[in-house]
Ligand binder design. Structure first.
Ligand code: IMP
Length: 204
């Protein structure tokens, strides 16, 4: 009987687990912390894709999740982020990764030198894929680009000040960042949908 119960539980937990396909462990840490509050278990799986060229984050996330599911074959999410700076007409947007690798945060500050219009939008798209569902969920956080690079965080964290704060994402630290971040908003939309559609009752 105990044996049966053990395997029953193992099977149940396996059903509840979702993979996060990415190369970015900093993203995973944030996603893991947030989805835990919804009792959604998430596991990191290293997955590198050749990102398609598109002006739309959603298209990139859909393509990436399709490719990841094709290779891994288990329910998973991917996440794609873009930083859209208003006075640069939305640059770097979907090219945020390439821009960070090339000109970096200092390059962004140089482009905005003496520019008082520093508003920007961080957008996150979470794409979920399993055998019959393929969905996206988005989240935004408005803010401004700081004058200087601060300490803390990763990626653009040291130069992005979310609306309502005087500190950058980097200075806020992971917990406070998660309270206001673009990723949290997207994850919240995902988690509400997932909890509603994949409740325990429906799985059995
Ligand atoms: P990705 O293509 O979604 O991995 O992200 C595009 C770029 O934005 C990468 O250079 C990331 O390092 C950066 N990025 C993504 N999310 C965040 C974040 O929450 N804070 C700061 N930078 C981020």
């Amino acid at each position: 009987m105990l044996n049966f119960l053990f395997w029953y539980l193992v099977f149940f937990l396996r059903l509840r687990k979702i993979l996060f396909a990415s190369t970015n462990e900093s993203k995973f840490n944030e996603i893991f912390l947030y989805l835990k509050t919804f009792n959604i278990e998430i596991e990191f799986v290293r997955f590198e894709s050749i990102e398609i060229q598109s002006n739309k984050l959603e298209e990139i996330a859909l393509q990436k999740s399709k490719e990841a599911y094709g290779k891994i074959g288990e329910p998973l999410i991917v996440e794609d982020t873009g930083l859209f700076i208003d006075s640069l007409k939305g640059f770097p947007g979907p090219y945020s990764s390439f821009v960070l690798e090339t000109i970096g945060n200092q390059g962004i500050l140089d482009l905005l030198l003496n520019n008082t219009k520093r508003s920007a939008l961080f957008t996150s798209i979470v794409a979920y894929k399993d055998s019959n569902k393929h969905m996206t969920f988005s989240g935004d956080t408005k803010g401004t680009i700081s004058e200087h690079i601060t300490e803390g965080g990763w990626g653009y964290d040291p130069i992005f000040i979310p609306e309502g704060s005087t500190a950058t994402y980097g200075q806020l630290g992971i917990t406070n960042k998660m309270g206001v971040s673009h990723r949290t908003h997207a994850l919240n939309n995902f988690a509400e949908w997932y909890s509603g559609n994949y409740s325990r009752e429906q799985e059995f």
